[in-house]
Write a protein that binds this ligand. Structure first.
Ligand code: AMP
Ligand code: MG
Length: 325
């Protein structure tokens, strides 16, 4: 069996093809880059996807030497994401499925990040810490749904790091730069904000900017910012482990590349007899393979999810029923 997956929730248009054993057969990506110094412009990103969809599809099929007739299902990222991008990708998937009489599988983008992480790292039943430029969530499978144990109440952690780094005049993305600076820093006091199982970063960012203006050394701010934010994240992750009795942690998303975060999580997990898994950056980024893999999991379980509309810009992961547990 083969499943083709189309990702296009934001900047990346990706098409991947995977077989029923999780062997990755094709992976083509084209990334829209916004004008210098600007954020993503949704309509421009959608135009990028429209312009490139046929090219990316052709390249993906060429990589495996398959005809589209030999594919069993067409999966696509149906949300959450930017509406113009979701509209473009869902229409494309819909047309392909109709034209070639294939099963059409709407896939939740967050779920795809989690499942590709499990496939690549071989983690079995982890607490997933998803920390990227756009998301901060602590997730775990309970019965047949991924529950959100904790999440950010305001800005995502990667975004918080980038805002502080930008104030320091560091090049983007800021996370790796802060990681470097932090090695030479010492601790200055910053607010530590955990509310129940949720996290808040915007007050910490404001405090960092204030300290920067008062002349506190960049190194000290970098060190303290990471120390505080990563400790908050580790605290909530530990409680999710304790609550569920799970013994694996899977780190996904761009911020998971931080050595300082990895060491903190490792120390906590060692004390609990748990294991930490890291997703290589290649698969932490948005890609079509992760969509194809979730499509394949649905195909194999013979339960294709239905959504009322073609896409849902605010689709939460805990709304998806997981039939493969
Ligand atoms: P993503 O949205 O998953 O592409 O992740 C991008 C985010 O990861 C940006 O906010 C980066 O600053 C952050 N990031 C990347 N590498 C590191 C690192 N080594 N340490 C901390 N943050 C990082
Ligand atoms: Mg993503």
């Amino acid at each position: 069996m083969f499943c083709l997956g189309i990702e296009g929730t934001a900047h990346t248009l990706g098409i991947g093809i995977i077989d029923e054993n999780g062997k990755i057969l094709a992976d083509v990506r084209k990334v829209y880059s916004p004008p210098l110094g600007k954020g993503i412009i949704p309509n421009e990103a959608a135009k990028h996807h429209e312009k490139n969809k046929e090219i990316v599809l052709k390249e993906a099929l060429n990589q495996v030497n398959l005809e589209i007739d030999e594919i069993d299902g067409i999966a696509y990222s149906a949300g959450p994401g930017l509406p113009p991008c979701l509209s473009s990708v869902s229409n494309f998937a819909n047309k392909l499925a109709k034209k070639y009489k294939k099963k059409l599988i709407p896939v939740n983008h967050m779920l795809a990040h989690v499942e590709i992480g499990k496939l690549v790292t071989k983690a079995r039943d982890p607490i997933v810490v998803y920390v990227s430029g756009g998301n901060t969530m602590i997730l775990g499978l309970v019965e047949n749904k991924y529950r959100v144990f904790g999440e950010t109440l305001d800005i995502p952690l990667g975004n918080a790091l980038d805002v502080v780094a930008r104030e320091m005049g560091l090049p983007m993305p800021g996370g790796p730069q802060l990681d470097e600076l932090a090695k030479k820093g010492k601790f200055v006091n910053l607010p530590y904000i955990v509310k129940g199982m949720d996290l808040s970063f915007s007050g910490i960012v404001t405090a960092c900017i204030k300290k920067l203006k008062e002349g506190v050394k960049k190194e000290d701010i970098a060190f303290s910012l990471e120390e505080v934010c990563f400790s908050m994240l580790t605290e909530v992750t530990e409680r999710a482990l304790a609550h569920t009795g799970k013994n694996e942690v899977l780190l996904v998303g761009g911020v998971a590349a931080s050595k300082i975060l990895q060491e903190k999580m490792e120390r906590m997990c060692k004390e609990r007899g748990a294991r930490v898994f890291y997703l290589p950056q290649e698969y932490a980024r948005d890609n079509g393979v992760m969509i194809a893999w979730v499509g394949m999991l649905f195909l194999k379980s013979k339960k294709i999810p239905k959504i009322e509309r073609r896409f849902r810009a605010r689709w939460r992961i805990e709304e998806v029923e997981i039939p493969w547990v």
